[in-house]
Design a protein around this ligand. Structure first.
Ligand SMILES: Cc1cc2nc3c(=O)[nH]c(=O)nc-3n(C[C@H](O)[C@H](O)[C@H](O)COP(=O)(O)O)c2cc1C
Length: 204
């Protein structure tokens, strides 16, 4: 069963192969944000891949506990702990705010610890010039959580200029091809790391 926020697709409903759980995290929470349009574009691309189950986590729709309860290694269970734990791979959709990614995303990361561990992520950032500072800041933080970021990440320059009349992000073919390549890398890391988490004890 899926929650209303989950989009699932199964082009081979009779297949016994387990579907890959991918969480797409839409990071901006401000009024008038661009983030949902970019996240929907990513969800549509994942929908085109066989055997993927997508959970769209919109940070504007969740409430994390007060930071007074935070401690090293996370905090009490949040309303999305189970959804992060269920995911085998992540796509972070994030704007660049003041040369980094937004505080809303840092809070999500800090509130969860073990559920991120040894999983892969692709970063789709955007900003006036592509949000590359947000990508590089986020890479360093995710490495601290033993996550692997794909080499291919996307930096979208001023995507708000590319929204169509229905507020959907509609970039050119080159950007869609770049996203497909990044998601293919993510799928490779998902296979490798899911197997590794199952069969290889991690040296602590
Ligand atoms: C607080 C704040 C800081 C920003 N800082 C940057 C920045 O450092 N670099 C940049 O390219 N754009 C910056 N911008 C512009 C954002 O890229 C642009 O507003 C984008 O639409 C934000 O994403 P969102 O609409 O999903 O929140 C900033 C916007 C905000 C609201």
């Amino acid at each position: 069963m899926t929650t209303p926020a989950q989009h699932s697709v199964d082009h081979h409903a009779t297949s016994t192969r387990a579907r890959t759980q991918v969480a797409v995290i839409s990071s901006s929470v401000r009024d008038g944000r661009v983030s949902p349009a970019i996240a929907d574009w990513v969800v549509d691309a994942l929908d085109d891949i066989d055997g993927v189950e997508i959970d769209l986590i919109d940070l504007a729709e969740i409430t994390l506990p007060d930071d007074s309860q935070l401690y090293p290694g996370g905090g009490p269970q949040s309303e999305v702990t189970g959804r992060i734990a269920a995911a085998e791979a992540f796509v972070f959709v994030t704007p660049e705010y003041n040369h980094s990614y937004p505080a809303s995303l840092k809070r999500l990361i800090d509130w969860h610890y073990t559920p991120w561990m040894l999983k892969p992520a692709t970063i789709i950032a955007y900003g006036v010039h592509g949000g590359h500072a947000a990508i590089e800041h986020l890479r360093g933080v995710l490495a601290e959580l033993n996550m692997v970021t794909t080499r291919r990440c996307l930096g979208l320059a001023a995507p708000w200029q590319t929204l169509d009349g229905t507020e959907r992000y509609a970039p050119g073919d080159g950007t869609a091809t770049a996203l497909a390549a990044a998601l293919a890398e993510l799928a490779w890391w998902r296979d490798v790391l899911t197997d590794a988490r199952t069969h290889r004890p991690f040296p602590n």
